[in-house]
Design a protein around this ligand. Structure first.
Ligand code: DC
Length: 231
């Protein structure tokens, strides 16, 4: 059976990765969380003090990009692939509010984007992949057979992210999380290189009022229709 590329873009905390994982599992496809790759570079930059409060040494970071090796390894217990930086599992390290606060400036750097996009395109060369991010339908896979653009109100998204952080034992206030969500929306959609945008041929899904099951069913249905159309 022919395989397709499913590109899922949208603002932060729209639940893209949850549904992308579910759909990939149902279709037996690979799932790639590209946000995790930008977060891994951010973690590297934080560890090396290239970014921090009033610090942004982008030149040094760019000089060391060749030393950054990002890989994914499937964890059968968790049911998804965890991200590794130079062989070290950093899945838990990249989900902190600190990384969320610095990731958008890092993602504005064209050199960083070029490196990650190249790796993403390689991962999708055999299709059979669900990839989520900000520029997947516009830049990484402009020819993807199915493109989705997920939206939800900033408040709905901040509530979800806040709950997630608390569940992971992180300390954060709702106001801080809402501020982070809206600041990231702004930086991600106004940056010069590959800003977050809905591809012309993407299907927009506002999931503010959809349950996880409803959202999954809807997207799986769209994937099945797309696959049938190819036969
Ligand atoms: O999906 P996420 O919230 O984990 O993504 C973190 C940040 O990475 C997001 O604020 C912008 C950036 N990003 C990007 O610029 N392009 C992508 N394809 C994925 C993420």
């Amino acid at each position: 059976m022919e395989k397709i590329i499913i590109a899922i873009d949208g603002f932060s905390s729209t639940g893209k990765s949850t549904v992308a994982k579910q759909v990939a599992k149902a279709l037996n496809y690979i799932y790639v969380d590209t946000g995790a790759m930008y977060r891994a570079v951010t973690y590297f930059a934080l560890e090396n003090d290239f970014i921090g409060e009033n610090v942004f040494n982008s030149e040094e970071l760019i000089n060391q990009l060749d030393d950054i090796n990002i890989t994914f390894k499937f964890n059968t217990d968790l049911g998804f692939a965890e991200v590794y930086l130079n062989g070290k599992n950093i899945e838990a390290n990249i989900r902190t509010l600190e990384v969320s606060q610095y990731v958008s400036p890092i993602a504005t750097l064209s050199e960083v984007r070029r490196k990650l996009v190249e790796q993403q395109q390689l991962m999708g060369k055999d299709k059979g992949i669900v990839m989520d991010g900000r520029d997947i339908g516009t830049v990484v896979f402009p020819n993807a057979a199915l493109k989705l653009f997920m939206t939800a109100s900033a408040e709905t998204r901040a509530k979800r992210r806040y709950k997630e952080l608390l569940e992971r034992g992180h300390n954060a206030s709702y106001a801080e999380v809402l501020e982070n969500v809206t600041t990231r929306d702004h930086i991600d959609s106004t940056r010069e290189d590959s800003p977050l945008a809905k591809a012309k041929d993407a299907i927009e899904i506002d999931n503010s009022n959809l349950s996880l099951d409803e959202q999954f069913e809807k997207i799986l249905q769209l994937a099945k229709i797309t696959l049938e159309g190819l036969e």
